[in-house]
Design a protein around this ligand. Structure first.
Ligand code: SF4
Length: 667
């Protein structure tokens, strides 16, 4: 069994293979005396084992980010061992039989597709196969409806009911059994879930289906035992991800947070904790944030702040005042509070998108994750009815970081994953879509990772909106230097290139000479926002100058500019550059003299800084040994010396804890 990841542009999905691990563990419990099961993550390891043992059954996870890889591997194995039975499973599957049939006819190497929760379904299917002596045709020709399983026989699709597992607390754990031990040796991030299900119904999400509305959870005892096990076993990794869909919202989550805080104290793990935060019971979320004391990348995802858009996608958000409270709760902990905004949702427009950005930024959230609308297989939004209703223009493109040339069983395959993105709709023209994307990049550069955070403090004094300042940057290209202009133009070009109308077109494209090679070298197919954020980080001084110039213009417009303020801003700018730029140069110690007290700057107002004026204080900037170790580890794990790697590193890490420390010397 495997949950494969692309590996040719670095490891693309860096998590433990949780889904397949849970299923494998249940198979072992139920059929361990009949079947041998082993789990894999990397294609090369799986191939080696297949050659060594020629397994009768190959079961592979199917997600948006690995389906084509799994499909090609399965086809290659089927050629090598034509008797093999191929089972796929995961969320990357349709809800209606017509669509399921088209999918299984296109990916015809798949004998059975398991949808919904897999543990019991796979064991039931294996029982059928065992009863029929592993004769796939016999099983298919029985035309039996197997719960959570689809297959085609004589051109007719047979799908059983989608049944939820109510007693997940009785499901065995691949962590506690030791099955996952081998993955601690790689630099994969432990992924775990304490609950299943989501009470919300967002139409763009595969977890929004009504069947998933009820919540089931593991016992606190097992959760605590597992967290302790992971913390004790981890070798190279600082992070922990919970796959829970609304973490922090339930009363029981408080105990989970207490356990995580305890392991952090005992084992120094996790340094970074990530989980999607709940959208109600705000007091619990706030309590969780406090207990986790700066470790949690906590998010109040809004997707849009517009009431009509939210109605169309059947979504509810945390109220605005709660967002502000959440943002404030993380501010002085060096932690990250984020929101997610999706561009081009039904009824979205340039004005509405900008309003969503402005609301979130001015609420003080310090990271805004901006996504294009992806139509995910099996979601309500991806149905033809919804595409027609909202006039969505849908394009295929190669998923960033998920392309490569692989050799399986001595044959070469050019493989890439594809995503379907919406680039316009009834209310958002293509031109406006490009404008919105550029605005997104500017927000990514100047807001996320608190890269230039301290320079914004002056805006509070004059009640100037941060978003309006960023929009000023977007609308005034006379402020750009050549390097800045080149980076913005390159972004606009990348946003529009290599978009295809059909699956067959994009499939032919990636088979063309050198195309996969260009994806591997980063010439094509990268995440344009992250790449250009990385480029801006390399040109740190150019971009902080751009922000400084925009702030000066905004201050002049609001009658807030004078020469004394300018003097503070210039020293503050230098302070930020020395503290935050060239992180990889972590042995560098720098000395500076400033006439203002910048210590504890995040808790100060601009007036506090102005009033701290003095004859000159000597600052020394340095990285601690602990920071050096974290930076070294993260740079090597994300290949931070490449543009794409640096982009991923900036996106995935809490940069706040990597910026230089400083001390003020006695004078
Ligand atoms: S709240 Fe999150 S997990 Fe639940 S349906 Fe909406 S997007 Fe999906």
């Amino acid at each position: 069994m495997a949950d494969l990841t692309h590996t040719k542009q670095g490891v693309q999905a860096k998590c433990f293979p949780l889904g397949v691990g849970l299923v494998a563990e249940y198979i072992k419990q139920e059929l361990g005396n009949i079947l041998n099961v082993e789990i894999f993550k990397y294609p090369s390891d799986l191939e080696e084992k297949c050659i060594q043992y020629k397994p009768e059954i190959l079961a592979l996870s199917s997600y948006a980010w690995n389906h084509e890889l799994a499909n090609n591997f399965a086809k290659a194995y089927k050629s090598y061992n034509p008797e093999a039975i191929i089972i796929f499973g995961g969320p990357n599957f349709h809800h209606v039989d017509d669509e399921r049939k088209k999918f299984l006819l296109r990916y015809d190497v798949i004998d059975f597709f398991i949808f919904g929760e897999g543990e019991i379904a796979v064991v039931n299917l294996l029982h059928e196969l065992i009863l029929n002596n592993y004769d796939v045709n016999k099983v298919k020709n029985s035309h039996k409806y197997i719960n959570n399983c689809s297959y085609i026989s004589n051109n007719i699709i047979y799908s059983g009911n989608n049944i939820r597992i109510k007693k997940i607390k009785e499901m065995p754990s691949p962590y506690l059994s030791g099955t996952f031990d081998k993955f601690f040796k790689n630099d994969l991030i432990p992924l775990y879930e304490t609950t299943r299900g989501c009470p919300f119904s967002c139409t763009f999400c595969s977890d929004g289906a009504s069947i998933k509305n009820k919540i089931y959870r593991h016992t606190q005892e097992v959760i605590n035992e597992t967290l302790e096990y992971i913390a004790n076993k981890k070798e190279y990794i600082d992070s922990l991800i919970l796959a829970d869909l609304n973490f922090g919202m339930y009363n029981e989550d408080i105990s989970t947070c207490e356990k995580i805080a305890e392991t952090k104290q005992k084992y120094g793990y996790p340094v970074f904790f990530s989980a999607s935060a709940g959208k109600s019971k705000f007091e619990n979320i706030l309590k969780s944030v406090k207990i986790l004391d700066g470790s949690w990348f906590v998010g109040a995802s809004v997707q849009s702040t517009d009431i009509d858009v939210l109605k169309n996608i059947k979504r509810k958000n945390l109220p605005y005042d709660k967002m502000i409270e959440l943002a404030n709760s993380t501010k002085d902990k060096g932690s990250v509070s984020y929101t997610e905004i999706i561009l081009a949702l039904p009824d979205d427009s340039k004005i509405k998108h900008f309003k969503s950005l402005k609301t979130s930024i001015d609420a003080g959230l310090n990271s805004i994750k901006m996504f294009q609308l992806m139509l995910l297989t099996g979601t309500e939004m991806s149905g033809q009815e919804s595409i027609d209703k909202y006039g969505m223009s849908v394009k295929f493109r190669v998923m960033p970081g998920a392309a490569g040339e692989y050799t399986f069983f001595e044959k070469k395959y050019c493989i890439a994953e594809f995503e379907q993105i919406v680039v316009s709709n009834n209310t958002l023209s293509y031109e406006d879509y490009i404008e919105c994307r550029l605005m997104d990049l500017i927000v990514e550069i100047f807001i996320n990772n608190a890269t230039f955070y301290e320079l914004f403090i002056v805006l509070d004094k004059y009640n100037i909106s941060k978003f309006d300042t960023l929009k000023y940057i977007k609308d005034n290209d006379n402020l750009y230097t050549k390097k800045v202009k080149d980076i913005f133009n390159s972004f606009k070009k990348d946003t529009q290139q290599d978009l295809f109308d059909t699956y067959d077109e994009i499939l032919s494209f990636i088979q063309m000479k050198d195309i996969i090679e260009k994806h591997i070298t980063g010439e094509l197919g990268n995440n344009e926002i992250l790449d250009h954020k990385a480029l801006s980080f390399i040109e740190y001084e150019e971009f902080i100058d751009l922000l400084y110039r925009a702030i000066v213009c905004m201050l002049k417009e609001h009658n807030g500019y004078n020469i004394d303020i300018d003097k503070v801003l210039i020293q503050l700018k230098d302070f930020i550059v020395t503290k935050n730029s060239s992180l990889h140069n972590y042995d560098l110690i720098e000395q500076r003299v400033y006439n203002y007290d910048f210590s504890n700057i995040r808790t100060k107002s601009f007036d506090d800084i102005v009033n701290s004026k003095n004859e000159g204080m000597e600052y020394e900037f340095y990285h601690t040994n602990e920071q050096k170790a974290i930076i070294k580890n993260i740079y090597s794990s994300y290949a931070g010396n490449t543009i794409a790697g640096l982009g991923r590193l900036i996106q995935k890490s809490n940069m706040n804890i990597m910026y230089r420390n400083f001390k003020i010397k006695d004078t």
